[in-house]
Ligand binder design. Structure first.
Ligand SMILES: C[S@@+](CC[C@H](N)C(=O)[O-])C[C@H]1O[C@@H](n2cnc3c(N)ncnc32)[C@H](O)[C@@H]1O
Length: 363
């Protein structure tokens, strides 16, 4: 997983510090695609020290222009009561949102997004927008789902593989946003964070951690979800071999998806950025071991790995889609009691299928 290479994120998970502050420029780049969704809405930033958070700042600066109804941000304290900031309107009518328009209120509880007080605020909100703690991502998303909220949040793209998150992507309850795709990002971190040249940088005395694979996740409609992926390759069994342990063919690149194949296809994860639910359905995920709705059709027994002349336990072969070869392939390969040949394992794939309408159109 990309995340395992990421020291900064690993440290956040370990220490549960999670103090990664999103830069204003990153927020601006994404929010511009949702302007139509914001008009007349209450926005809640529920993992945001409002004094420090650029999320609060962005919506404060753009409150009038976006036609917001209300902006709320709660601050989290580990073990003491906290506070919230709120903007309801341009109170003094000077045409600008200034500090005079910001109302500070004490909270009885600590501002934990799961606290009853914050849940009450959540119920009043239309759209939740924040960068929640990486370590609580599953719980955070589950709560948004429970209260049926619209959201734009930041998470690690590896969250896609979580068994709580993947079904949401599959069932069109959540998708990636538009910006921050695939690149590395710098997030401001507290001075106390230790950084090396590899894990971050210091600019004008401010520390930034380098975080790989972060993405926006949302359930607000964006035009890109309606764009059709143009397919021009034709299917043939040599270029698109069947997996041995999934009932699907392998497609190595999203641009290689054949237009004339109506069965299940295993495609790279980058497909998610091109996913139009009117063109394809997602049927599963090749993480093996039957955890997902479409599990592996076969679990290898007594698997062995052969690498540079060394033989070791080969259980890893159950972690992904495999191709079966009659002759020994070059590179690392596997054998198993229930495999009639030599196996090679591929990267995790998303299993997709064109929806019927698209097949009949032949495009
Ligand atoms: C990744 S940081 C992001 C901060 C801010 N949203 C931003 O992007 O600039 C996560 C924030 O969530 C806060 N936090 C941690 N646990 C929390 C909880 N249980 N409830 C609410 N906020 C929490 C942390 O204090 C931290 O400020």
């Amino acid at each position: 997983m990309a995340g395992s290479k990421n020291d900064a994120l690993k440290r956040a998970l370990k220490n549960k510090k999670d103090e990664f502050y999103t830069q204003l420029s990153d927020i601006e780049k994404e929010m511009k695609y949702y302007r139509e969704h914001f008009k007349g809405k209450t926005i809640f930033c529920n993992c945001d020290d409002p004094i420090d958070s650029n999320f609060f700042l962005y919506f404060e600066l753009n409150f009038t222009q976006l036609g917001l109804k209300r902006l709320i941000a709660t601050h989290y304290e580990v073990d003491k009561p906290s506070y919230m900031l709120e903007i309801n309107k341009d109170e003094d009518g000077d045409g600008l949102i200034t500090s005079k328009d910001i109302v500070k209120k004490k909270l009885k509880q600590n501002g934990d997004f799961r606290s009853p007080e914050c849940i009450e605020l959540l119920k009043q909100a239309d759209i939740v927008i924040t960068n929640p703690p990486f370590s609580l991502f599953r719980e955070y998303v589950a709560q948004l789902m429970e209260y049926d909220k619209k959201f734009i949040i930041i998470g690690n793209q590896n969250a896609l593989t979580y068994k709580e998150i993947f079904p949401l992507i599959k069932n069109n309850k959540m998708w990636f946003g538009l910006t921050m795709n695939g690149s590395n990002r710098y997030f401001r971190v507290p001075d106390s964070y230790e950084l090396t040249e590899k894990t971050g940088k210091i600019e004008d005395g401010v520390k930034y951690a380098f975080v790989k694979g972060v993405r926006w996740f949302t359930n607000l409609d964006i035009p890109q979800r309606h764009e059709k992926l143009l397919l021009y390759k034709t299917y043939n069994p040599n270029d698109y071999p069947k997996y041995d342990n999934y009932d699907a063919i392998n497609v190595d690149r999203v641009s290689d998806i054949p237009y004339d194949y109506d069965g299940v296809m295993g495609v790279p994860i980058t497909f998610i950025d091109k996913y139009n639910p009117k063109q394809f359905k997602i049927v599963g995920w090749t993480l093996g071991r039957g955890d997902y709705e479409v599990g592996a059709s076969k679990i290898y027994v007594n698997a062995k790995q052969y690498s540079n002349g060394k033989v070791s336990s080969g259980n890893k072969v159950n972690d992904g889609p495999t191709i079966l070869y009659k002759n020994k392939p070059t590179g690392v390969y596997y054998t198993a009691d229930n495999a009639d040949g030599y196996l090679q394992i591929l990267y995790a794939r998303i299993l997709i299928q064109k929806i019927e309408e698209d097949i009949s159109n032949g495009n």
